[in-house]
Design a protein around this ligand. Structure first.
Ligand code: ADP
Length: 497
């Protein structure tokens, strides 16, 4: 309990309040002592003067024993706690009425005596106690002498121990007891309200601590409930809670991302192995057949060789695309971005595929409006992305269909759409067609399943994203856009004519 934040705060508060109470009590006691001494000295201010007036203890430099005895006797009767000393003009104690050994000082300091005798002296004035070398006491004093000569002083130490009297006064004074009782009540109230406030403040710290513990015990997977973090306004603790929430979410997200990447990596390796093994096995099968069966007809031999060749082409393409994807994925890929006229680029790529389109009797054309802005991009990569999209369009469009590439200005970007009137893509395949090695179940095994993954990566490297819309049986539209560089957008003349 004491090791907790609440325990430590409570101990500090209790100690502080105890110190405060003790300081107040000591202060009260000391001020009561001074007050008591002041009253005592004030009341007896003229006592010594009266005594001297009553009977002069020194006359013409001679001590008058009868007069002194009279004074001692008188005080013994009136107040036995008052002590009288006869001093000479230098403060040396000449006479006193006390048992032998009781008086330990030989002289009394005359400084306080002179101060006392001044007309406007402020009480209490503490003077030497002849019976105690350490202690100071209040007194009354009067000079003794005849005419202008000073023979000495009558030094009257006022009775009662002031501290004892003060303690007695505190004990017996109703008002003081009331004040001390009120102080105790205030301290108790302070203690209770302090403990309650600490409990309220540390409750939120404890709650944060619990949430952190739960998060840690879940191996940083289960993000704590954000609703539980609410409350407490905008103070430091609330900020701490929301920062922890944010950190927990980010950490859990990154762990999830890592797990997903790891899963993808495993799948990728499995897919690569599978996709390499299948054509290799088939290739070896055909080559083995050719080797062990020399009696095969020339037509059959040619068929086998062509199939084997097709497999090597497929293998080559697969390896190339894998390498290409690895290059696009690498953090150090060097893009050669430059101002490029998309119209011309699209025109060239479409031209490349006209022959293939003609063979498949699919119409391939480009719609290129005039006055398009120059965009910023890597010519080689953008051509590659367009080739993939056009090739896919041609491959999935039946005879008599159409593949069109449109380029259009879209504000400060230039959009590219590759549309076909092909078989379309089933809605369950749509979310996955950009995944590596994903091929729809209806597709021919000729594809590698990497083309769209490469295209997507290229578009992403240009700070954009690729979209697809498709209706099975009607066709598909793939689209992306490229940014117009800032100075182009501001209306400067195109960099490429
Ligand atoms: P592949 O090289 O095997 O075509 P892609 O990554 O290019 O691999 O395409 C993934 C899948 O997306 C293909 O299996 C195909 O089913 C589907 N697909 C891509 N483009 C089209 C299209 N224009 N029309 C219909 N389906 C398409």
């Amino acid at each position: 309990m004491l090791s907790s934040l609440y325990g430590k705060l409570a101990v500090v508060l209790v100690v502080l309040l105890l110190l405060l109470g003790a300081a107040f009590a000591i202060g009260t006691l000391l001020s009561s002592r001074a007050f008591f001494a002041e009253i005592n000295q004030g009341l007896h201010r003229d006592l010594a003067t009266h005594l001297v007036k009553e009977s002069l203890p020194i006359s013409d430099g001679e001590i008058q024993p009868e007069a002194l005895d009279h004074i001692f006797h008188m005080l013994m009767v009136v107040n036995p706690s008052i002590e009288v000393y006869l001093l000479d003009a230098q403060g040396t104690i000449l006479e006193f009425d006390a048992p032998p050994g009781a008086v330990v000082r030989e002289a009394v300091d005359l400084g306080p005596v002179a101060e006392f005798l001044e007309a406007d002296s402020v009480l209490p004035i503490w003077g030497d106690d002849p019976r105690d070398p350490e202690r100071q006491r209040v007194f009354s004093v009067a000079p003794v002498g005849t005419g202008a000569t000073l023979d000495g002083y009558l030094y009257v130490v006022l009775g009662g121990e002031q501290l004892d009297s003060a303690i007695r006064m505190v004990r017996t004074s109703h008002e003081l007891r009331l004040a001390l009782g009120a102080l105790a009540a205030v301290l108790l109230f302070g203690l209770l309200s302090g403990l309650v406030s600490f409990a309220l403040i540390t409750r939120r710290v404890r709650r944060l601590d619990r949430r952190m513990k739960v998060f840690r015990e879940s191996e940083f997977v289960a993000v704590p409930d954000p609703v539980a973090a609410a409350g407490g306004g905008e103070d430091e603790l609330a900020r701490l809670e929301s920062t922890f929430q944010e950190m927990a979410e980010r950490l859990a997200g990154q762990l999830e991302e890592l797990r997903r990447t790891d899963q993808l990596r495993r799948e990728l390796i499995a897919n690569v192995s599978h996709d390499l093994r299948t054509p290799l096995t088939s290739l070896r099968g055909y080559l083995e057949t050719l080797r062990v069966m020399p009696e095969l007809e020339p037509d059959q031999r040619r068929d086998h060789l062509e199939t084997a060749l097709r497999q090597t082409r497929h293998l080559g393409r697969l390896v190339n695309e894998l390498l290409e994807l690895a290059r696009l994925d690498s953090a150090t890929i060097e893009m050669r971005r430059e101002p490029l006229a998309l119209n011309e680029l699209v025109q060239d790529v479409v031209q490349e595929f006209q022959l293939v389109a003609g063979e498949r009797t699919v119409e391939l054309d480009a719609e290129l409006p005039k006055g398009l802005a120059i965009v910023d991009g890597d010519v080689g990569l953008i051509s590659r992305a367009l080739e993939n999209l056009i090739e896919n369009g041609l491959r999935h469009t039946p005879e008599g269909g159409r593949v069109a590439v449109r380029v259009l200005q879209q504000g400060e970007r230039v959009g590219v759409r590759v549309e076909d009137t092909g078989c379309g893509i089933a809605s369950e395949d749509l979310p996955r067609i950009f995944d590596r090695f994903y091929r729809s179940s209806s597709d021919s095994p000729a594809g590698t399943g990497l083309g769209l993954a490469i295209t997507k990566r290229i578009v992403e490297l240009h700070g954009s994203s690729i979209q697809v819309e498709s209706r099975p049986g009607e066709g598909s539209i793939f689209s992306f856009s490229l940014p117009v560089p800032a100075d182009e957008a501001a209306g400067s003349p195109p960099a490429v004519s």
